[in-house]
Design a binder for this molecule. Structure first.
Ligand code: CO
Length: 134
C-alpha cells in the first residue's frame, strides 16, 4: 500500500553546489551516501515529513549523468513510500506498467526499491520504496 510521498529526487551536477540552495532555506543535509550500483552520490535533506534527495552522478555512464546531459539539472523522480514493494511490483507488471528492475533491489539507505518508467506514468519517473524496519 502506498503510504506517502517519501522524497523528491533532483539531478544535480554537484551536491556541494546544490546543497547551498536548500541550506539557505534552513534545511539540513542529513546524510551523503554513495550508491555504487546506481553510480550516484545522494544527499538526503530533511523537509518536514518528507525529504529532498540530491543525485550527483559518479560516472559518465550513470543514468543520472545521461539525464543531466539530455534534460539538464532539475526534478528527476518522485518517490512514494510503500508497505509492500513486492506487491506493488507484481500488480503494476500485471497491469502492463513498465518497471525498470527485474525485481525490487536495494537502493539508498538500504531500502528496497522499484522504479516505474515515465512513459508508463504520464512523464514522472516513480520510485517505490519499502523502508522495512529502517
Ligand atoms: Co530516490
Amino acid at each position: 500500500m502506498i503510504e506517502r510521498i517519501d522524497h523528491i529526487g533532483i539531478a544535480v551536477p554537484s551536491i556541494e553546489e546544490a546543497r547551498k540552495t536548500w541550506e539557505a532555506l534552513g534545511l539540513t543535509v542529513e546524510a551523503v551516501e554513495e550508491v555504487p550500483q546506481e553510480k550516484v552520490r545522494v544527499a538526503m535533506i530533511r523537509c518536514g515529513d518528507s525529504r529532498i534527495e540530491l543525485l550527483e552522478p559518479t560516472a559518465d555512464d550513470s543514468p543520472v549523468a545521461k539525464f543531466l546531459a539530455s534534460r539538464g539539472p532539475g526534478m528527476h523522480h518522485l518517490c512514494l513510500a510503500t508497505s509492500d514493494v513486492e506487491g506493488d511490483d507484481r500488480r503494476l507488471r500485471d497491469e502492463g506498467y513498465r518497471v525498470l528492475r527485474d525485481e525490487p533491489t536495494r537502493g539508498a539507505g538500504g531500502h528496497r526499491v522499484q522504479f516505474v518508467h515515465p512513459k508508463s506514468t504520464g512523464g514522472v519517473l516513480l520510485e517505490l520504496s519499502e523502508h522495512g524496519d529502517g
